[in-house]
Design a protein around this ligand. Structure first.
Ligand code: ASN
Length: 312
């Protein structure tokens, strides 16, 4: 364990770092513009759900963050996916800047892309299709870059960053095509060679969580990731969602998820109360890192939680 003195010195150095100051200001502008953009399209902003008896099982291993309060066990939310789906019973279009806690395993420590507390601009739309979400996000990302370039000139100059305004529509790459051509590290290869953000679509069923909608082909999902160019990697995942009980059950069986862990969500699904939706979550720190051309997402937050390191 690092001594308290060393930790406090590191924190103070970080708080004084001009790159951090500029990146946090850019991030503030990104969040402000995203809110303006989404409210302008009749999205209702919700406050985040940070603790819940249920949370996203994710498609990769993390340590559990849970605690007991009276006779209920709660988890820290790893994403707001289920609450977003349910919120679309009340509103047609919602968004949340949603703080997620994912206690990542130690091999993520040096990636430059992981924090164990991070935020997504999470949105969900009732009765929407994947294409609707992709078109909306292309418009959103382009608007954000244009706005940040004009409102944060000094910061971008200090960061020596000059993000280009992407061409729309973004290119779409099918997961299996990329896999066959470039092997299992295709995402890294493509992210490094592309000069513009691009979509990775149609993930095979075993690659994602049970809630991404299975296509009629029975093998691929109606989902997508947004991959940033120049090696910055993935910043968004989303898709159309499963909403019918029997389909959810069979997908959970396929993935080995325990329905008991999602008990009240499953009851709502069984009662036929879920509605069809599509949506996505945009990693705020990763998008900021890209716009600021930074080496590490840690520089986009004043109090970054890097896996394996202590922080205040
Ligand atoms: N926010 C993502 C989505 O909307 C889910 C996730 O982060 N795992 O699909």
């Amino acid at each position: 364990m690092e001594s308290i003195g060393k930790l406090s010195t590191r924190v103070v150095e970080h708080l004084r770092d001009p790159l951090v100051k500029s990146a946090v200001r850019v991030k503030s502008s990104i969040m402000g513009e995203a809110g303006k953009f989404l409210r302008g399209k009749e999205f209702v902003e919700l406050l985040p759900t940070i603790i819940s008896p249920i949370t996203d099982p994710l498609n990769h291993e993390v340590h559990n963050a849970k605690f007991r309060y009276y006779d209920q066990e709660y988890r820290l939310t790893q994403s707001m996916i289920f609450h977003k789906q349910l919120a679309c019973k009340t509103f047609d279009r919602i968004f949340i800047v949603s703080p997620n806690v994912r206690l990542e395993t130690s091999e993520k420590a040096l990636s430059g892309r992981h924090l164990f507390e991070f935020s997504q601009i999470d949105l969900e739309i009732r009765n929407a299709k994947r294409d609707d979400v992709m078109t909306l996000v292309e418009d959103l990302i382009t608007t954000l870059i244009v706005e940040v370039k004009s409102s944060c000139k000094e910061e971008l100059e200090l960061l020596s960053s000059n993000p280009s305004i992407p061409t729309t529509p973004f290119t779409k790459v099918k997961f299996m095509d990329a896999y066959e051509q470039y092997g299992k590290d295709f995402e890294t290869v493509l992210s490094s060679s592309f000069k513009e953000p691009f979509w990775l679509i149609d993930f095979p069923i075993w690659e994602r969580e049970f809630y991404d909608l299975l296509s009629q082909d029975g093998r691929t999902l109606k989902d997508m990731d947004l991959i940033l160019p120049n090696g910055f990697g993935e910043t968004l995942s989303g898709g159309e969602r499963e909403w019918e009980y029997q389909r959810i059950i069979s997908r959970m069986e396929f993935k080995g998820n325990d329905p008991e862990e999602l008990a009240w969500y499953m009851e709502i699904a069984e009662a036929g109360e879920l509605v069809p939706t599509a949506g996505c979550g945009i990693g705020v720190e990763r998008l900021t890192r890209y716009i600021c051309s930074l080496d590490n997402v840690a520089r986009t937050r004043l109090f970054p939680k890097v896996p394996g390191r202590s922080w205040i």
